[in-house]
Write a protein that binds this ligand. Structure first.
Ligand code: BGC
Length: 717
């Protein structure tokens, strides 16, 4: 904990200019950080570096472990594994001289085509909050500040810097705010505000949500940082409660692109989704002037600086006591990068987050099967999506390499159709040079793919495994949920040639699978990161159970509540109306009584589990025995949902996730799993009276997914 007396003594010695240096970003002389505070050398306050996140460390000029996309981490439903991933990322940040990690992103997935869904965790707030808290706990166990982002209602990339989320209080409280609340309860050191507005007010200026709710009602005592070039005003932000401006300096090279002093400024238009990267310095001289004129109280600057110093002190930056220790495993101040254990964690998350959507029995593959590995990108790992989360690994495995090294039978390969090119936010920036974080310069000319070759390879093999992918990036939403290019055509052609066709999907969120009935098995691997091909092979051959479960509902685009409703998405006149209220994700599909393609929480295992009767063991806990009745080990994700009593005038979801637990069971093993039920699932928020738990009988449903309930028990409240 921060030593308050020490910080007060330090603050008392700082001049105003020195305090200002603690709340406005500057240029990193080493050039590695995403954001940099220069510190105050004379007062013994060291520089402080903030770095992206959340799929690994994006320190300029350095490689680091490329972990799977956050949505894959969430699909593990394994909070302990999320914690271990967080700790590994913390140690890597430390090794690269960074002090704060700009992760995790916990925005609830509202729009299926949002370009950043891969960086987020879930369509459910309890799930996002629990996994997010695991990541935060891990990052901070390595003495690195975690930064939960983007606060709040940043649920689309289209018009992200201008759109206003028009959202009612109940929906904010029940759906969009809770993952941030969980982060605060987990002790997160920093919160990043979003680019968008909420009910008309820009989030960096949002006194009610930032000042009253986050700092006031929730008691958040860390620092609040703007998104990059996301500060709208000096006085509004300072008085709302924002503490640190980032990056504080205009992007290098923006003079030609958009500097207001240049002659061609009028011609330059920042692309949609890209903030004006010349807007910087609002917490510099303008803040000093606002304090002089009395528009911002002088003690607000003290509070800003105190909050930054508080986190520096808490994580050992003021007295040099920082360590990267995790439960005493390592106390090496140098941190740790690309170590074997970090590679193993990246691989564990990729395999455990893999979801077996369908399987008619073709999987797991026989060791000696002859396999045709097909797909336009089988020679490239799918590291992540585009944008600030791009991480460049030291080591990675492509799908073809992964299968080739595991297979005992013959392996043939074919691209089939033209390569799917990665897209990146950085390609939209006129002042940024070529960035090739995927390590795979798009070069369609080096290939001459032939559909016929792919069909021939499939026909000659025992099994055809087709790898398909989408291409998403920060700053852009997907245009549709269809797979890009000619991949659907490829899958159908291969499936017609070989009845044992397995499709491995790599996507940042839900995609449409029109050939679903034509193939023998479908696996969803999200963006698996550096372990890609190895993780795919371990699951395909059954060395590991595919224990991922869906953190988002998969359905045709037309069935989502934002479909065909421009007002809801992407919005009209810069307003996106969240008038589907809390009926987002499975809450919508349950309410509308629509059967999605694959429901929230869905995922098969190679093992088979039987559930005993659920029993409440305390006010907030329920226990259930789960037995693996298969002849092989497996990993089950036990999920608990709450169905509320019906109450007049309260339009509540049919069911809400209250808790979950992942359990590894050997063949024949039986374990009692105890689930803690989150209060959120029992409560509702009424605009006039606040949080209420209605009296009545609640049904606790325990099962394998939101639509596969195995046992129920009732509790009275
Ligand atoms: C993103 C943030 C990121 C920041 C720094 C912004 O464009 O929205 O998530 O941390 O850039 O790279």
């Amino acid at each position: 904990m921060a030593d308050e007396d020490h910080i007060e003594a330090l603050l008392a010695r700082l001049s105003r200019a020195q305090k200002l240096a603690l709340v406005r970003g500057a240029t990193d002389p080493e050039g590695t950080a995403t954001g940099y505070l220069s510190g105050v050398d004379e007062a013994g306050i060291p520089p402080f570096r903030l770095v992206d996140g959340p799929l690994g460390i994006r320190a300029e000029g350095h490689r680091a472990t490329a972990f799977p996309a956050s949505i894959a981490t969430a699909a593990t439903f394994d909070t302990d594994l999320a914690r271990r991933q967080g700790a590994a990322m913390g140690r890597e940040a430390m090794a690269l001289g960074q002090d704060a990690l700009l992760a995790p992103g916990v925005n609830v997935i509202r729009v299926p085509q949002c370009g950043r869904n891969f960086e987020y965790l879930s369509e459910d707030p309890v799930h996002a909050g629990t996994v997010g808290a695991g990541l935060i706990d891990g990052i901070q166990s390595a003495d690195v500040v975690a930064t939960v982002k983007h606060f709040v209602a940043n649920n689309q990339e289209t018009h992200r810097t201008t759109v206003s989320a028009e959202v009612d209080e109940r929906t904010l409280r029940e759906l969009y705010l809770p993952p941030f609340r969980s982060a605060v309860d987990a002790g997160v050191g920093s919160v990043m505000t979003a680019y968008n507005r909420v009910n008309g007010t820009h989030m960096s200026d949002h006194e009610r949500l930032v000042g009253d709710v986050l700092k006031g009602q929730w008691g958040f005592d860390g620092y609040i940082v703007s998104d990059w070039y996301g500060l709208e005003s000096t006085v509004g932000a300072a008085n709302a409660g924002l503490d640190v401006e980032m990056p504080g300096v205009a992007a290098p090279g923006t003079a030609e692109a958009g500097d207001s002093d240049t002659a061609d400024d009028e011609e330059f238009e920042w692309p949609d989704g890209i903030p004006d990267a010349t807007r910087a310095g609002l917490f510099g001289d303008p803040l000093a002037e606002a304090i002089d004129s009395g528009q911002v109280p002088a003690d607000r600057l003290d509070d800003m600086a105190r909050r930054v110093l508080g986190q520096m002190d808490r994580f050992g930056r003021l007295d040099g006591s920082r360590t990267a220790s995790e439960d005493g495993e390592s106390d090496d101040e140098a941190g740790e990068i690309d170590s074997q254990r970090h590679r193993d964690i990246a691989s564990d998350v990729a395999a455990r987050g893999t979801v077996l959507l369908d399987n008619d029995g073709v999987l797991p593959l026989a060791d000696g099967a002859d396999v045709a590995v097909i797909g336009p990108n089988i020679d490239e790992p799918k590291l992540g999506g585009g944008g600030s989360s791009e991480t460049t690994p030291v080591h990675s495995v492509s799908p073809a390499e992964g299968i080739e090294s595991r297979a005992e039978g013959a392996v043939t390969t074919a691209f089939g159709v033209p390569q799917i090119e990665s897209v990146s936010l950085f390609d939209l920036l006129p002042f940024v040079g070529d960035d090739d974080a995927d390590g795979t310069a798009a070069d369609s000319d080096r290939r001459d793919p032939s559909l016929e070759d792919a069909v021939d390879a499939a026909a000659a093999a025992d099994v055809a495994v087709v790898f398909v992918r989408d291409a998403t990036t920060e700053a852009r939403d997907r245009e549709s949920l269809e797979l890009p290019g000619r991949q659907d055509e490829l899958v159908s052609a291969v499936a017609a040639a070989n009845e044992n066709t397995v499709v491995v999907v790599r996507s940042g969120g839900p995609v449409e699978l029109p050939w679903r009935e034509e193939v023998a098995a479908i696996i969803e691997q999200w963006y698996p990161g550096q372990a890609d091909g190895d993780a795919a092979a371990t699951v395909l051959y059954g060395d590991r159970d595919p224990s991922g479960r869906l953190p988002v509902t998969f359905a045709p685009e037309s069935q989502y509540p934002t479909a065909g409703a421009e007002r809801r998405y992407p919005g009209v006149d810069e307003q996106a109306h969240y008038d589907q209220g809390v009926f987002v994700g499975y809450r919508h599909f349950d309410d509308a009584e629509v059967d999605p393609t694959y429901p929230f929480g869905h995922g098969h295992s190679y093992a088979t589990f039987e559930y005993g009767d659920a029993e409440p063991t305390a006010e907030q806990t329920v226990a259930v025995a789960v037995e693996n009745v298969a002849d092989r080990p497996g990993r089950e994700v036990v999920q608990a949902y709450v169905r509320p009593p019906s109450v007049e005038d309260a339009d509540r979801p049919v069911r809400e996730l209250a808790g979950f637990a992942a359990v590894q069971l050997d063949a024949g093993e039986r374990q009692t799993v105890t689930l803690t039920l989150d209060d959120l699932a029992f409560s509702r928020y009424a605009s006039d009276s606040g949080w209420t738990v209605d009296s009545g009988t609640y049904t606790i449903e325990i099962g394998r997914s939101s639509r596969d309930i195995r046992t129920t028990v009732t509790v009275d409240r």
